[in-house]
Ligand binder design. Sequence first.
Ligand code: SAM
Ligand code: SF4
Length: 333
Amino acid sequence: MPPAIGKESDMRDAYGRDFSYLRLSVTDVCNFSCSYCLPDGFVKKPGPGFLSLDEIRRLATAFAALGMWKIRITGGEPSLRRDFLKIIQVLKSVNGVKTLATTTNGYKLEQKAQIWRDAGLDAINISIDSLDASTFHQLTGHDRLAEVMNGVEACLAAGYKSVKVNAVLLKGVNDQDLDLFLDFIKSRPISVRFIELMRTGDNAEYFKRYHLAASKISDQLQALGWVQKSREAGAGPAQEYVHGEFTGRIGLIAPYSKDFCTSCNRLRVSARGNLHLCLFSENGISMRHLLQCDSQIPALQAFVRQSLGYKKVSHFLHEGFSGSTQKLADIGG
Ligand code: SAM
Ligand code: SF4
């Protein structure tokens, strides 16, 4: 029998934060080698395989019944899973999942955008750190900007509820490109999100060289007449900017800013079934033993609620702490 649908307060932590958003990694594998994430490309590690379709279905059923109504499929590159279409269909069919999203590097997106939309995917974030083809090539190891941009157009044509572009802010690399991004969203209903580079276990030197505070972009936006929207209740930590002459929006994600964690609304599960209470928590908590049959769903829910009690008030990144996360591809950014 399916578990009863829970209320939002079922997932409230000790600091009064409600958790409605699950970021679920389905693979660590990636075909790109972004310089801040997998500069040497993906290297296979020993260990158990990635979550199966049945494990994914049980996991989503348990979390959705606790009130987690938004799920983002991430990775690695999630679309490299051969059963990616099935994952979309299974997650979308879970009772209580209202918004199903993914984050992708845009590989083969032009061919897949409509198929994924038809299968039930509501929202898509595409990572494009530069709109300059040679910088994009340098950053990702792939000369595919034109292809990825065709994929973005295909998403707009496919009728997604939300199309966003993620760009990691990199000092001296793409911080001069604001004009290009603004031109791009002048008449397209796209939100470009600049994400501050985060320090992980593997990128300390890179971080020192390239990290740039998002306030550099907000200063430029304000000078150009962009206005920060007030945050809606339950919205995540992005600051959103709008401008009357632009169809699109700009979002800033500034994890090093004061109070970033007070609006945290998300939990993460790795591709091997570990619960991460924070992107930078010390260790994932294994839940795989509770994903083996449908009758374990109530036990899994109790386990998740109990684990939430250990969620800390902040990530302590500003104190140089980056937990056990070596790179974001390991648990899904
Ligand atoms: N492969 C997919 C992609 O790139 O969109 C999904 C996984 S990727 C880990 C998710 C997001 O995390 C991407 O937007 C990526 O740019 C971002 N990311 C990866 N490493 C990061 C870091 N150290 N700091 C900030 N963002 C990072
Ligand atoms: Fe792959 Fe995404 Fe990491 Fe780039 S950011 S290497 S596309 S997982």
